[in-house]
Design a protein around this ligand. Structure first.
Ligand code: AMP
Ligand code: ZN
Length: 503
């Protein structure tokens, strides 16, 4: 089946074909770890997770990587200039207050003046939340890339850009990218140099104009011995710009000059992704960095973007523990809420929406239990000719039309299929993509650990088989194995249930 995705680069919905048939290479901009990620951030991360799972559903192997920005993301990120203060620096002040209020627990971040401790605390919190919501890449430590661990490669790329005539050392000692050296600057965002010069909405800062060749030139390396995090470099003790980290790590970890898909939220189109294209193409000499640029629109609160800087945000924990809406919900409910509207429309976070999602998760989970009871838990493999799976696949292939897919699945989940084993097989395949029908209890205490779903489900089935054979030694071994992976093992009339323990 032909998969079609909207490409921000061409402003068109196009047929997706990987550059190389063996594997889809995909990069997602991850969080800046100076605070807890909020559910708006997670709308973007879950969008990337659904793209990956969709491609896997259609049989592609996907190498998906995500970065952790732990240096170089400045508070004035709307300009392409590296103006403002490093967000990690700002965090050091805030964390001291947060420790007093209990928002950061007493034992954590022993020394708030140590940015590495701050970064570690929020990186761990992010990965835990991402795993709770079933973001697959968060289970793959090799594919989570920390900017501070790749400084040497960033310096190599900067040196390459200087050698290729795309970068220079400004009068203030900062290494700048020369946007005039890259004629197609602006092709992603529409912010071409002539438009920027007319002053398109204050999108470039003129603070440093005297030091650089063009007002839109952006920072690659800044020598600053007073900065909160710094490294030796040919251009002085200092730190890298935010944009260079993604260009560098995507190429290094994915091992290609041209990758298939690059994702982020809509605010990253300019300057971040525009600058990434200039840097990568400037270093590789190719005219493309990513074939598909895909962006999620914002999660809104009362008409405004949910954002850390505005303070109008809820974290994953706020929602799951009931602080956001007064009702505790299972992680699957929040996951569904954040993926159910089309990614190219803004969505509003509301209590009503969340409760509707809770109803849908309950319906799906009960449907699975009914199917398991009807076929003794033995699912039959089905292909895309199976009617509901065909409808699901067509909706996904149509630029990730999850709302359309749910429009078919939810009525199906109220029916009583005459072929429960095949229906269960279809259900499993659907749930591998959406991951909204959790194993075990749907109470808020159970985390959604869908990166392990299939493996754990398999162990539960083996345990049931061992019990039936009265091979109690094997059953005990399997029980211990499931427990070791962080699950409580429970027995239900439909067989073994594994319930994830929250850390
Ligand atoms: P940050 O931690 O600020 O670097 O952002 C991480 C990701 O979240 C980026 O891809 C942003 O574009 C995205 N993002 C930030 N706010 C929102 C929002 N309200 N809705 C959707 N995505 C967002
Ligand atoms: Zn990025």
């Amino acid at each position: 089946m032909e998969i079609r995705f909207y490409n921000t680069f061409t402003n068109a919905t196009e047929t997706f074909q990987p550059v190389e048939s063996d594997c889809v290479r995909m990069y997602s901009c991850g969080p800046t770890v100076y605070d807890f990620a909020h559910i708006g951030n997670f709308r973007s991360f879950l969008f990337a997770d659904v793209i990956r799972r969709t491609l896997e559903f259609f049989g592609h192997k996907v190498h998906h990587v995500m970065n952790i920005t732990d240096v170089g993301h400045m508070t004035d990120d709307a300009s392409a200039d590296g103006a403002g203060e490093d967000k990690m620096q700002a965090a050091a002040r805030r964390v001291k207050e947060d420790k007093k209020s209990g928002r950061v627990p007493e034992g954590a971040v022993q020394d708030p003046d140590d940015p590495y401790q701050i970064a570690k605390f929020y990186t761990d919190a992010f990965l835990q939340d991402a795993q709770t919501l079933g973001v697959k890449v968060a289970f793959e430590s090799d594919n989570i890339l920390h900017a501070t661990q790749h400084i040497d490669s960033m310096q190599e790329m900067i040196a390459q850009l200087i050698a290729n005539g795309h970068a220079y050392v400004g009068l203030d000692g900062v290494v700048y990218y020369s946007v005039e050296s890259f004629p197609s600057y602006g092709s992603l965002s529409g912010n071409t140099l002539d438009r920027l010069l007319i002053g398109a909405g204050g999108r470039i800062s003129d603070e440093n104009q005297a030091n650089k060749r063009h007002p839109a030139d952006f920072m690659l390396w800044k020598a600053d011995s007073s900065h909160i995090m710094k490294w030796d470099s040919p251009w002085g003790l200092g730190y890298p710009g935010w944009h260079i980290e993604c260009s560098c790590m995507a190429r290094k970890r994915l091992g290609r000059d041209v990758i298939d898909i690059h994702t982020g939220g809509e605010d990253l189109i300019f300057p971040h992704h525009e600058c990434e294209i200039a840097q990568t193409c400037g270093a590789t000499g190719k005219d493309t960095f990513a074939r598909f640029w895909m962006h999620a629109r914002f999660l809104m609160v009362e008409g405004e973007k949910m954002s850390k800087s505005k303070g109008n945000f809820w974290t994953v924990r706020d929602v799951l523990e009931g602080r956001a809406t007064g009702t505790q919900v299972h992680p699957a409910v929040l996951r569904l809420e954040l993926i159910k509207s089309h990614y190219r429309s803004n969505m509003n976070f509301t209590r009503k929406g969340l409760l509707d999602s809770a109803g849908a998760v309950k319906r799906l989970t009960e449907f699975r239990t009914r199917l398991e009871a009807a076929c003794g838990g033995k699912a039959e493999p089905v292909d895309l000719t199976y009617p509901i799976l065909k409808e699901f696949a067509e909706a996904l292939a149509d630029d990730l039309n999850i709302a359309g897919a749910l429009g078919a699945i939810l009525p199906w989940a109220s029916s009583t299929p005459s072929d429960p084993a095949a229906a269960l097989g279809a259900f499993h395949r659907i749930n591998e993509v959406l991951s909204i029908a959790p194993l075990g209890s749907t109470s808020s205490g159970a985390a959604l650990d869908s990166g392990k779903h299939a493996a754990i489900e398999d162990l539960c089935r083996q345990l049931d088989d061992a019990r039936k054979r009265k091979d109690f030694a094997a059953a005990d071994g399997l029980r211990t194995e499931i427990q070791k992976q962080g699950y409580d093992v429970k027995t239900s009339p439909n067989g073994t249930i594994a319930e994830k323990r929250l850390a």
